[in-house]
Write a protein that binds this ligand. Structure first.
Ligand code: GLC
Ligand code: CA
Length: 561
């Protein structure tokens, strides 16, 4: 890479359409709602919008189960609404990234329905197998959403593979006809003028030869077998084919969602000379607070030294070879201020800003998930009945009800900490009923703190989290050192402060982030030993680089020579 590409400099804003803005009073966010709010999105200074799936879907997994890739989900609006949204985005000089969900379809997709008949050409679009004579499935894999990864179909007496829910059968990418159909769909959207794809679980598309049993499941050590399909034998061949046939024909931003990848794996997907994807979403920093046995169903707290080690590993490995995506939040992760920050009234705002600075000044393309720019917190006071996410409900069913491995109280604590619904509560626009999201009761309960945390109030407060995000985005865009500079971690064993240096030929920046609620004294001055100028800070007046207040975040331009 010699020059900076537009998608490297860009900031991406993720919209979860179901929870962003309801325009027609049915309690569900929709496309006209997003169009109404485009000036707000533009005011953040972001360049690209990523929309979670908006295609026709029975909504078993909120749109990640698609029954028609060329139609809009009626709850979200019409194709005409989509065209208006796209042109509204383009008129404002922004770009649109669509979610591409092609590891699986809905079981209501016509390919699946027709393919139940073994003589149909669509049979081989999915992964069907005969089970054992005694009625056990073809292998022992567990689905990500709990229960076996195989479902028996009584009509053809075969089992089909579903790595996610029963209503999300996996496509058979080894069939060239499947790949051709996927590329056609992609071209169709590109011809409409979209600007990129976020590819759902894209490193799972090539299943391991012979579909061997999962040893960890056999030992009772894992509840999911996703791992078994990660980075499979033909995945790079298929992505290169996709790149040749579709991606290379357009100027697109692409990001692949890839669990279970090391930085070396990621370089294979995103290396500048690989002709596959621009970047991937890796998960390492999102699992540091996992439980060894129950995975994300955990109440463990992050150890900052682990986070620094992980992020630094990715920064260093990819530098000059491939490109990082940077994220704390998305529709699958709890709110970061509640998870790695401090969401009490005293520290919520300052710690949300600190987390933002930590992330945005790393090398990579930053992604902001709706409401993150307000410092929105995890859901409060939800009972089990209030949760809608099938992952959460299935996990409760399996771990508490069936296997009795966790008590209900412990599981509810883990859910409050890690459930995906923490991210999916409606966007908090103002202090009116339903947070200005809808005129009626929304599909998922509004977080009760909307009266204090909302766009309306933060827009008029120069000291808000929102104001800080805007400033941070513009500062990053104004200094190429954040895009192409090298990265150096300071004091790796400091478990309260995350400080690093970015440097390129013309600039050097020292970035300091206090992850604790303590007043601290550190010694950066002697390590830097140069004149510095404050670039940005989340406190009003600076007390010098070595004096840190609770959750203080500040960056300095260091004079070169
Ligand atoms: C991805 C999506 C998640 C979805 C899953 C299955 O992880 O981000 O929301 O449930 O894939 O499509
Ligand atoms: Ca609606």
């Amino acid at each position: 890479m010699s020059s900076i590409e537009w998608w490297q400099k860009a900031t991406v804003y993720q919209i979860y359409p179901r929870s962003f803005q309801d325009s027609n009073g049915d309690g569900i966010g929709d496309l006209p709602g997003i169009t109404q709010r485009l000036d707000y999105v533009k005011s953040l200074g972001v360049d690209v919008l990523w929309l979670n799936p908006i295609y026709e879907s029975p909504n078993d997994d909120n749109g990640y189960d698609i029954s028609n890739y060329r139609k809009i989900m009626p709850e979200f609006g019409t194709m005409d609404d989509f065209d208006k949204l796209l042109s509204g985005i383009h008129t404002r000089g922004m770009k649109l990234m669509m979610d591409l969900v092609v590891n699986h379809t809905s079981d209501e997709h016509p390919w699946f329905q027709q393919g139940i008949d073994p003589s149909s050409p669509y049979h081989n679009f999915y992964i069907w197998r005969k089970g054992e004579k005694d009625g056990t499935p073809p292998n022992n894999w567990r689905s990500e959403f709990h229960g076996p990864a195989w479902q028996f179909n009584t009509a053809n007496e075969e089992w089909y593979l579903h790595l996610f829910s029963q209503k999300q059968p996996d496509l058979n990418w080894d069939n060239p006809a499947v790949r051709a159909e996927v590329y056609d769909i992609m071209k169709w959207w590109c011809e409409k003028g979209i600007d990129g794809f976020r590819m759902d679980v894209i490193n799972l598309i090539s299943k391991p030869t012979g579909l061997p049993d999962d040893p960890l499941v056999a030992d009772g050590k894992s509840f999911s077998s996703l791992r078994m399909s990660a980075n499979g034998p033909h995945v790079h061949e298929y992505l290169r084919e996709m790149n040749r046939k579709v991606l290379s024909q357009y100027d697109l931003i692409t990001v692949g969602e890839t669990g279970d990848v090391t930085a070396e794996d990621a370089i294979k997907y995103t290396g500048f000379d690989r002709h596959e994807l621009e970047m991937v979403f890796q998960f390492e920093h999102m699992s540091l607070d996992n439980d060894p046995q129950f995975g994300k169903w955990s109440t463990r707290k992050l150890n900052l030294v682990d986070l620094k080690r992980s992020l630094s590993y990715w920064q260093e490995k990819l530098h000059g070879r491939a490109w990082n995506s940077l994220y704390w939040n998305n529709h699958d992760q709890p709110r970061v201020v509640s998870r790695f920050g401090n969401d009490t009234p005293q520290y919520r705002s300052v710690s949300a800003k600190m987390l933002a600075q930590t992330l945005h000044f790393l090398q990579g393309t930053p992604y902001i998930y709706q409401g993150e720019e307000l410092g929105m917190t995890n859901a409060r006071s939800m009972t089990l009945a209030d949760y809608k996410d099938l992952d959460t409900l299935n996990a409760y069913q399996e771990l508490v009800e069936e296997k009795k491995l966790i008590s209900s109280t412990e599981m509810m604590a883990a859910i409050q900490r890690r459930s995906r619904d923490n991210a999916r509560t409606p966007m908090q626009w103002d202090a009116t009923n339903n947070a200005g999201f809808s005129t009626v009761t929304p599909w998922l309960k509004v977080n009760g703190n909307y009266v204090d945390i909302n766009v309306h109030d933060e827009e008029t407060d120069p000291d808000s989290v929102l104001a800080y995000y805007k400033k941070l985005i513009s500062v990053r865009q104004g200094h190429d050192v954040f895009i192409d500079g090298s990265y150096q971690l300071l004091d790796p064993t400091d478990d309260k402060v995350y400080a690093y240096v970015r440097e390129n030929g013309s600039e050097k920046v020292l970035v300091i982030n206090n992850f604790s609620d303590e007043f601290l004294k550190r010694d950066f001055a002697s390590q830097i030993d140069k004149t510095v100028r404050l670039l940005i800070s989340n406190y009003a007046s600076d007390q010098g680089m070595d004096n840190l207040r609770p959750y203080e975040a500040k960056s300095y331009i260091v004079q070169k020579q």
